[in-house]
Design a protein around this ligand. Structure first.
Ligand SMILES: Nc1nc2c(ncn2[C@@H]2O[C@H](COP(=O)(O)OP(=O)(O)OP(=O)(O)O)[C@@H](O)[C@H]2O)c(=O)[nH]1
Ligand SMILES: [Mg+2]
Length: 181
């Protein structure tokens, strides 16, 4: 049996805790407290981590860790990334410009001691303002295809499984390349 540690990063309100809960079918451990950060209009925020796991049909296990999105918790990201097999970076379509939004989270992934397979997921396309949705679409068109990007509603377990599928392919691809080096 193989175990994969997957870490979910991204801006406050991008849906990291929601994604972990969806995959763990509501059984994830969370550390939500009342939000006092005026920059995000959300009632609760993660202050340590989310944790959920799921057994895959082939006998493998995914261990999913959601990070706190607030920059003041950036010291926690490398700690949670320790021993990771891959990362998901969520982009909140209803927040600031995507390229600026993801920068601190991708920087944390880049500082990881070994190259880490990453998938980016754009969330909240359903309720983003038309201007912000258009900014995301333009960003997608401009993207140079370095990292896979999928649109995902993290409330929907089937969509979350699709993201996991893309990430697992990235992880397998990297392992294959490493075998031939
Ligand atoms: N409409 C819509 N709501 C979403 C989507 N993704 C997440 N949400 C909602 O956004 C809210 C915030 O999501 P969280 O999962 O708490 O966000 P987070 O990334 O964990 O945020 P922090 O822990 O504060 O960094 C929840 O109420 C979710 O239901 C989406 O794609 N569409
Ligand atoms: Mg959270």
């Amino acid at each position: 049996m193989r175990e994969y540690k997957i870490v979910v990063l991204g801006e406050m309100g991008a849906g990291k805790s929601t994604l972990v809960q969806a995959l763990a079918q509501g059984r994830a451990v969370s550390t939500e407290v009342r939000n006092t950060d005026p920059s995000a209009a959300k009632p609760f925020t993660t202050v340590a981590l989310d944790y959920g796991d799921i057994d895959l049909p082939g006998g493998d296990r995914l261990r999913l860790y959601g990070t706190p999105g607030q920059i003041r918790f950036d010291f926690l990201w490398p700690i949670l990334l320790e021993g990771a097999s891959g990362a998901i970076v969520l982009v909140n379509a209803d927040a600031g410009p995507p390229d600026q939004q993801i920068r601190p989270y991708l920087d944390a992934v880049d500082r990881h001691p070994t190259p880490l397979p990453v998938v980016m997921g754009i969330t909240r396309m359903d309720d983003a303002s038309p201007t912000r949705r258009a900014a995301c679409e333009q960003w997608l068109e401009r993207d140079e295809g370095q990292l896979p990007i999928v649109m995902v509603d993290p409330r929907d377990p089937m969509q979350v499984l699709t993201v996991m599928d893309v990430l697992m392919s990235q992880i397998e691809c990297q392992a294959l390349v490493a075998c031939h080096e």
